[in-house]
Design a protein around this ligand. Structure first.
Ligand SMILES: Cc1cc2nc3c(=O)[nH]c(=O)nc-3n(C[C@H](O)[C@H](O)[C@H](O)COP(=O)(O)OP(=O)(O)OC[C@H]3O[C@@H](n4cnc5c(N)ncnc54)[C@H](O)[C@@H]3O)c2cc1C
Length: 297
């Protein structure tokens, strides 16, 4: 698609969250801009034509990462790069850092925000899938006050979410996995830095004998939203974490997928890659559990 200049818009830089909400409410065609890494290309291609751009970049009170009551909270203006490098993320939620590492290039991660990626909701994006796998809460603020959305009901379709047009995402809260939970993140893309064709997030908790107590799996790039794989999760729970169990979970996952074909990949290719990623991420997640890390010792 030919790139053109954006359609005319009014630019307003909010000094407070209240001002941002008022500016958004004042123009039904207004849009929030955070890092601009998705919105600016859309403006340039005239895929978005907002009347007003409400820049929240100066809201430094929302530039934070914190751990509160078993949840890692990321504020709306925290950049992907800062979040990935944050000691709390490294210590408590390394799967989030691993997912961010696969987003575009460092220039994009230096400006793009975690909350912007979640609000934007490209179904090929890494962070909505992490949010879904972890049952994240998306916190927002609007003219009717604070509101929160469960990730499971937030992502409603390609570039679509449950967020109302006059609401601003203020933070996302990722519940921390139980101690000793193994994790893995993997995706297949044509080139490094490209959006994924298919990706998978896996979390696995086992007892000391290696029996699965909890499995969480989320795929992206296979539907108009990221998808959990309840049939595969249920199949694994209560069973020994073995390569055979992971292969079976992968088969069950593939049976329940209905990916589309597009110019990037066929449905069959996506289903096959998804199954492969389910099996390999489960094995990698198990290797990061105490039982898995000593299994071959
Ligand atoms: C070349 C290139 C490659 C990329 N590769 C990837 C990739 O591999 N994976 C990936 O996930 N992303 C990729 N991106 C997109 C990037 O990660 C964006 O940073 C991210 O999608 C959006 O975050 P942002 O802060 O830049 O949001 P913006 O671009 O500022 O906004 C995006 C959308 O979200 C809305 N929004 C943003 N913040 C809020 C908020 N707090 N409340 C309400 N609405 C909000 C905006 O109104 C807009 O509709 C790529 C971008 C480029 C240019």
């Amino acid at each position: 698609m030919a790139a053109v200049k954006p359609a005319p818009f009014t630019y307003r830089r909010a000094a407070t969250l209240g001002e941002a909400v008022d500016l958004l409410a004042a123009d039904p065609d207004a849009k929030v801009i955070a890092g601009g890494q998705s919105l600016v290309p859309m403006l340039n291609m005239r895929l978005a034509r907002p009347g007003t751009l409400v820049d929240i970049g100066a809201l430094s009170a929302l530039d934070y990462v914190d751990v509160v009551a078993g949840r890692l909270e990321v504020g709306a203006t925290a950049t992907q790069a800062d979040v990935a490098a944050h000691p709390l993320v490294r210590a408590h939620l390394p799967v989030l850092a691993a997912a961010i590492a696969r987003i575009g290039h460092s220039q994009i991660r230096n400006r793009g925000t975690v909350c912007g990626s979640i609000a934007h909701h490209d179904p090929s994006a890494e962070l909505p899938a992490v949010a879904l796998a972890l049952d994240a809460e998306i916190l927002a603020f609007g003219p009717r006050g604070p509101v929160s959305y469960a990730a499971a009901s937030f992502f409603t379709g390609t570039f679509d979410t449950a967020l109302a047009a006059d609401e601003i995402v203020t933070a996302v809260q990722f519940p921390l996995p139980a101690p000793a939970t193994g994790w893995a993140f993997a995706e297949v893309a044509r080139r490094s830095g490209d959006f994924a064709l298919v990706g998978c997030v896996a979390l696995l908790r086992t007892d000391a004998a290696g029996t699965v107590e909890e499995a969480r799996l989320a795929l992206f790039g296979v539907a108009s939203t990221p998808v959990r794989l309840p049939e595969a999760e249920d199949l694994l729970t209560g069973r020994p974490a073995t390569a055979e169990a992971f292969e079976e979970a992968a088969r069950v996952a593939a049976e329940h997928l209905d990916p589309g074909s597009d110019s990037h990949a066929s449905a069959d290719y996506r289903r096959e890659v998804a199954a492969h990623l389910v099996a390999t991420t489960l094995a990698d997640a198990f290797a990061r559990t105490p039982a898995g890390s000593t299994a071959d010792a």
